[in-house]
Design a protein around this ligand. Structure first.
Ligand code: COA
Length: 167
């Protein structure tokens, strides 16, 4: 297993992780049997790709922030914080993925823990997470972070609230 040079952290998208981002996302898309076409554009002009993703942006009609979970030049995954819930609360406050080569090593559990602290700093006292009922891994990630069940949403996803105050 690769030994990371530092503890990964949630950071703004950066060209510093260019190679590991492209390779990691490509591996992930192939694993999911989804199109890798979008990676062509990213690989041709990674600087623009990054510039289009940095900062708080309006997505899903709410201010949203994309962060990359990385340790030096190693990119492990992505996480989105919606600073406000959408009208239908779909997707909750936080969405995330860890790219396939880095899964099952506890990264998502720690990444969500870090994101909850960022939410707290943003004034979000309770974060809403939504998870498909068959997503065993994400259900475990949410459970490890103290998720409290709150029924199903309109898309049939399980809802969980997590208190963001530091333990
Ligand atoms: C969900 C996801 C982020 C988990 O990432 P990860 O880094 O592998 O998660 P962790 O290593 O922190 O594992 C958390 C728990 O899930 C378990 N787990 C991980 N992958 C699993 C799988 N495929 N099947 C069953 N359990 C799994 C781990 O064993 C661990 O359980 P434990 O701590 O009780 O032993 C990752 O699988 C992923 O990106 N999936 C696709 C996108 C997605 O589903 N995002 C979440 C949407 S709500």
């Amino acid at each position: 297993m690769i030994e990371l040079p530092a503890r990964p952290a949630l950071l703004p998208p950066s060209v510093a992780v260019r190679t590991s981002y492209l390779v990691g996302e490509q591996a992930d898309m192939i694993h999911r049997e989804e199109s890798t076409d979008w990676l062509r554009e990213a690989s041709l002009d990674f600087e623009s790709f990054v510039a289009q993703r940095v900062g708080v942006r309006e997505r899903w009609g709410v201010p949203s922030e994309l962060l990359w979970y990385a340790a030096d030049e190693f990119y492990l995954g992505s996480l989105v914080i919606r600073h406000e819930l959408t009208d239908d609360e779909g997707g909750g406050h936080i969405g995330y993925h860890v790219v396939y080569p880095w899964r099952r090593q506890g990264h998502a559990t720690r990444m969500l823990r870090d994101a909850l602290l960022l939410c707290h700093d943003l004034g979000i006292e309770r974060a809403l997470l939504t998870v498909a009922p068959d997503n065993t891994a994400s259900l475990a990630v949410v459970a490890h972070n103290g998720g409290v069940p709150d029924g199903l949403n309109h898309e049939g996803e399980l809802r969980f609230w997590i208190d963001t105050a530091p333990a």
